[in-house]
Design a protein around this ligand. Structure first.
Ligand code: GLN
Length: 544
């Protein structure tokens, strides 16, 4: 297609309605019709990027292949659409202001007064267009809710774009809440009416309203909303709670969301969608043949979203194996030497995910030791791999109090430490130190890993060179490499130059694998991920 067409997605009434899922699902429907889709998230908060935001507050930080720390919605995008997001697909108000202020300091505005309109809005529009480049359809999700003070420049920018581009190049879908009042047993359409009124007062008229509620929105309510909000009743869509998010593309398709938007975009002639993959995924998810229970020993156990991609990846592996994966989060800080076997004995496998800071580390080490000694499948991701190295060093190599310098700077055996200087594949030298900027010093994004022939990892990936995404500061200390290998810990994956350990396996263990990267970021429901798929397949076979 010659020109990129835009679908803007705004939200009203409250946040956390699932705008990201709606955007991703609409993307999936267009992809199924053979269109090239780009998905973009605009975050109205002032942080320059979400990299330094606590997972307790903001959910997981998703990492793109090009090494950007982004909002977790980009994870939804990549799970629903075969599209690889880059740093251009997510930006915050902070980033926009940072750029405009830089321009101003440089004198780019020739002494003019720098204002929200047009300077901030111009920068927002420039970035939206940049994220859309090369796509047939660019879906642009605006974070927050309409009426928030922070989101106004973003809403204004899309108003301008809808005015400046031909009408058939843009469409707007608005997601709102239709609450059910228990005592009067009534659905209330008023919040939706108000939110659309607010949107219209900002100069925007939605082409389609996606209503969030628990049970299907009845026809009468659709008609009422349509009348009050000036849309066709057919364009009022019920996005009610579903048993799995992966059925949302099918739910939206059944109500013709893609057709409504394609009509507005003057694209009615594109081919009909192929949705067999999604039907298979939903069928496998809703009709599992087996059950498997996995202990995830981590620290951010209270907020569901802080391990979003991880939970999804385990679920995808369940879909591939036709199994229901029962994921139990166990607070590592509560695990002690004496209670570990009691806490873990009913599980078929143990996973220690990524994390930062020293809380819960000793508990993770006990959990890892338990899995190693009891021949339970153990999967260590990033911090989880470092834990495996520490455990092995302490208990097999007898390096007393071996540790990572992240948790004990004075440890006698720093088996995990900072590699202060490292050349990446492009030849660029990266520097890291204990005191450098939190945001700036991580090994981030997709990096090549060379896999040892005939290892379990080789069997799983069926490749000798892979690319997976990193987000960490510490590494296996190369000085301990030989000792680890001699003791039976195999280093089966290394960085492109052979220097850094990227994957480990224990030879005399049925399934023990650690990786310094985060494979959960590249898993999707249609294929799963080679490591997760096999981890779950192996766990299913464990009798507890
Ligand atoms: N805290 C560890 C590091 O910085 C691990 C990070 C992670 O698990 N993502 O190296």
């Amino acid at each position: 297609m010659a020109q990129t067409k835009y679908i803007f997605i705004t939200g009203g009434v409250v946040s956390s309605l699932g705008k990201g899922i709606a955007a991703a699902s609409i993307g999936a429907l267009f992809e199924a019709r053979g269109l090239k889709v780009s998905l973009n998230k605009l975050d109205p908060y002032i942080n320059v990027d979400p990299g330094t935001m606590s997972p307790f507050q903001h959910g997981e930080v998703f990492v793109t292949n090009d090494g950007t720390e982004t909002d977790l919605d980009l994870g939804h995008y990549e799970r629903f659409v075969r599209f690889q997001a880059t740093k251009k697909n997510n930006f915050t108000a902070g980033k926009v202001y940072e750029k405009v202020i830089q321009n101003e300091r440089r004198g780019d505005y020739l002494g003019g007064t720098v204002q929200v309109i047009p300077h901030i809005t111009d920068e927002i529009k420039r970035r939206i267009k940049e994220g859309a480049k090369g796509a047939d359809i660019a879906i642009v999700e605006i974070g927050g809710t309409v009426g928030d003070i922070e989101s106004q420049p973003f809403i204004e920018s899309i108003r301008q774009m809808m005015l400046e581009l031909p009408s058939s190049n843009t469409a707007l879908a608005h997601l709102t809440l239709v609450p059910y009042i228990q005592v009067s047993e009534e659905l209330k359409t008023k919040p939706t009416q108000h939110s659309v009124k607010e949107l219209r007062s900002l100069g925007l008229q939605p082409d389609c309203l996606i209503c969030r509620l628990e049970k299907e929105l009845p026809h009468d309510e659709k008609k009422k909303i349509a009348l009050f909000c000036s849309v066709d009743p057919k364009s009022v869509i019920s996005m009610h709670d579903a048993e799995t998010v992966y059925s949302i593309p099918l739910l939206l398709y059944a109500q013709g969301v893609d057709k409504i938007l394609l009509k507005k975009l003057n694209l009615s002639k594109v081919k009909s969608p192929r949705l067999n993959d999604w039907k298979r995924v939903v069928d496998a998810k809703l009709n599992p043949k087996k059950k498997v229970s996995i202990a995830v020993v981590g620290k951010y156990v209270d907020l569901k979203d802080s391990y979003k991609s991880l939970n999804e990846a385990l679920d995808h592996a369940g879909i591939v194996n036709l199994a229901k994966v029962d994921i139990q989060m166990i607070d590592a800080a509560k695990i002690t030497k004496t209670n570990v076997s009691k806490l873990l004995k009913s599980f078929q496998a143990v996973l220690v995910p990524g994390g930062f800071g020293s809380r819960g580390i000793e508990g993770m080490i006990y959990a890892c030791q338990f899995a190693r000694e009891n021949k339970l499948p153990y999967f260590g991701i990033c911090l989880g791999m470092q834990i495996a190295i520490i455990e092995f060093s302490r208990n097999i190599l007898k390096l007393k109090n071996a540790n990572s310098t992240e948790f004990n700077t004075k440890t006698k055996h720093p088996v995990i430490g900072l590699v202060t200087e490292w050349k990446d594949a492009s030849g660029k030298t990266e520097h890291r130190s204990e005191r450098s900027d939190l945001g700036g010093t991580m090994r981030l994004g997709g990096q090549q890993c060379l896999i040892k022939k005939s290892s379990l990892s080789h069997k799983l990936y069926k490749k000798l060179t892979i690319t997976e995404r990193h987000r960490h500061r510490y590494e296996v200390n190369p000085e301990y490499k030989n000792e680890l290998i001699a003791g039976g810990m195999d280093i089966v994956g290394t960085s492109f130059d052979g220097n850094l350990a990227e994957m480990i396996e224990i030879k005399n263990h049925p399934w023990f694998l650690g990786c310094q990267f985060h494979p959960e970021f590249t898993s999707n429901p249609r294929d799963g991920h080679p490591i997760f798929n096999d981890f779950i397949a192996k766990a299913i076979k464990i009798k507890r």
